[in-house]
Design a binder for this molecule. Structure first.
Ligand code: HEM
Ligand code: HEM
Length: 469
């Protein structure tokens, strides 16, 4: 009965994916605009009137983080899932209707997220900041319907076997539901002190490792073979990647708490088990780079490939940096400094965002059945992001080292704040390049929808799938 209602008299194929992709670009624009506010606050603390609480650093920062993670990245994931899953399963999305409602509910949820956080209604637990009614909303109306839709599409597939991308999509939806539910437990039960801190960081770590990392990788597994025309280098390595993420990623959650008074054995365990994350990281990068064999000339020619491959290349320094920074000696040096913020952006802006933008440049014109409105604007977007991000990452990494040195030489904290001021200004300037490139992205996609040259019907969502396992 419910199934009949959801799948009968459905929207046209690809409607849900289009909704999600456009919404995600809007979220990206809002998210980075908030970042302008936070970064200006850190460069010039009195730049905004201090008697307006909505402009305080502590209010804008969580809005930035939530809009980029749960707005931009996660909605782009939903768009990619609604587009790629039917294509790989050689069928329709189980329910376009459910997908479209899911997308609107998600947008409404983000409006609540904005108003609660900006008004200071928060649990104060990073990456789990939302008050419990919103946590319940996100579980029930955001992630659960998405999971049902994607799982049902896989269940009804007409293709034989499941390509690696689908393994990751299917499992990550289960991971995010479980992790989000467990992460919200302190909202409902009196879990306090170190237990609360540990649960918070275990959950935050899983959002990164069992949601953002695998789904970004899954998207790259789709786009790179598809655009390059090569088959995936190795399905076996793909499976190694999948199982090693599932097995090793959630165990080192405590490496975010190396400076906290949690048990010593837990810190050592987290630090050592964290090295095992190098296995999926290496498997992914090797598989993607080898898939490009003999096709590297396409790197600069194809816009989606340029974005996706740049994201894959950022995964190399990201994971090397991660593995080193969790050793106890190094972590003491850089914990709580701008180095970590640089690492966080290398992960979510460099590695993940570049891959998602590649997916949108690839998928959205196909869904709209139109050619990209302007290749020049897409190139401008890429270079503004690439230069902006590299500069952003470099100044923050340097600032982190300065703060670390201040710790070693026991220099009063305020002096390190003064010493890092030029780097904070540098972040605003490089950040501005990233921020002002996003309206260009939105404009280009909007114009593609309105005025892009129509393409012949063969390029629908039912494009042939990359070789299945
Ligand atoms: C898609 C793009 C972006 C993503 C995914 C992203 C993600 C994040 C994340 C996860 C954090 C928390 C970091 C941590 O706690 O270590 C953060 C904080 C921050 N981000 Fe972004 N960000 C993006 C773009 C930007 C841009 C363009 C700027 C511009 C200047 C920026 C400035 C900041 C600032 C100032 C903070 C607070 C840092 C602090 O507390 O010291 N972000 N961002
Ligand atoms: C070998 C792989 C990696 C290791 C060992 C690693 C390790 C770490 C460690 C130890 C920290 C905490 C540092 C501190 O606060 O003292 C950290 C922070 C962070 N990592 Fe990674 N990392 C890896 C890869 C990744 C990936 C793939 C992502 C996401 C796509 C990611 C996203 C982040 C973010 C967002 C933070 C900041 C958390 C915060 O707000 O404090 N990392 N990482």
């Amino acid at each position: 009965m419910v199934e009949k209602f959801l799948t009968g008299k459905d929207y046209a194929e690809g409607t849900a994916a289009k909704h999600f992709f456009f919404s995600s670009i809007v979220m990206l624009n809002i998210g980075v605009l908030m970042a302008l506010g936070t970064s200006m606050r850190l460069a010039w603390p009195d730049i905004f009137p201090n008697d307006i609480p909505w402009l305080h650093f502590g209010r804008i920062r969580p809005v930035h983080v939530h809009f980029v993670i749960f707005g931009w990245i996660s909605m782009a994931f939903a768009g990619a899932m609604c587009y790629m899953t039917p294509a790989l399963c050689k069928t329709r999305l189980w329910s376009e209707k459910l997908g479209v409602w899911n997308c609107w509910a998600w947008n409404v949820g983000m409006v609540f997220v904005f108003f609660t956080l900006i008004n200071g209604m928060t649990t104060g637990r990073e990456y789990q900041d939302l008050i419990w009614p919103l946590d319940a909303f996100i579980l029930l109306f955001v992630f659960a319907p998405l999971a049902v839709n994607i799982w049902m599409t896989m269940f009804r597939r007409k293709a034989q076997g499941l390509y690696v991308t689908l393994w990751f999509f299917g499992a990550s939806l289960l991971f995010i539901l479980l992790s989000y539910f467990i992460g919200a437990v302190p909202d409902f039960f009196p879990v306090t002190g170190l237990s609360e801190a540990y649960m918070t960081w275990w959950h935050a770590h899983n959002i990164l490792g069992l949601w953002i990392t695998p789904v970004s990788a899954a998207i790259a597994y789709y786009i790179i073979p598809k655009v390059s025309g090569n088959t995936l280098y190795s399905h076996k390595i793909g499976h190694l990647h999948f199982w090693s993420i599932a097995a090793f990623y959630s165990t080192p959650g405590a490496h975010h708490l190396m400076g906290a008074p949690i048990p010593e054995w837990l810190k050592s365990f987290a630090s050592v088990s964290g090295v095992l994350i190098m296995i999926p990281a290496l498997a992914f990068v090797v598989n993607m780079l080898m898939t490009m064999k003999d096709k590297w000339w396409m790197f600069t020619r194809s816009i989606p490939l340029q974005w996706a491959l740049t994201g894959v290349l950022f995964a190399i320094p990201l994971n090397i940096q991660g593995a080193f920074q969790q050793t106890r000696a190094l972590n003491w040096y850089i914990h709580g400094t701008h180095w970590i913020v640089a690492h966080a952006h290398l992960a979510l802006l460099g590695f993940s965002t570049f891959i998602e933008i590649g997916a949108i440049y690839y998928g959205l014109p196909k869904l709209l059945k139109r050619e990209l409105y302007s290749e020049k604007l897409a190139r401008l977007h890429f270079w503004m992001m690439a230069i902006g991000f590299l500069g952003f990452w470099a100044v923050l990494t340097a600032a982190g080292l300065v703060q670390g040195a201040a710790k070693v030489y026991e220099i009063p904290y305020i002096q390190s704040v003064v010493a890092t001021h030029p780097y904070m200004v540098g972040r605003v300037l490089f950040g501005a390049l990233i921020i002002f490139s996003q309206p260009i992205f939105l404009y280009n996609m909007w114009m593609t929808a309105r005025y892009g040259k129509k393409i012949v019907p063969e390029a629908t969502v039912h494009t042939p799938a990359p070789a299945t396992a």
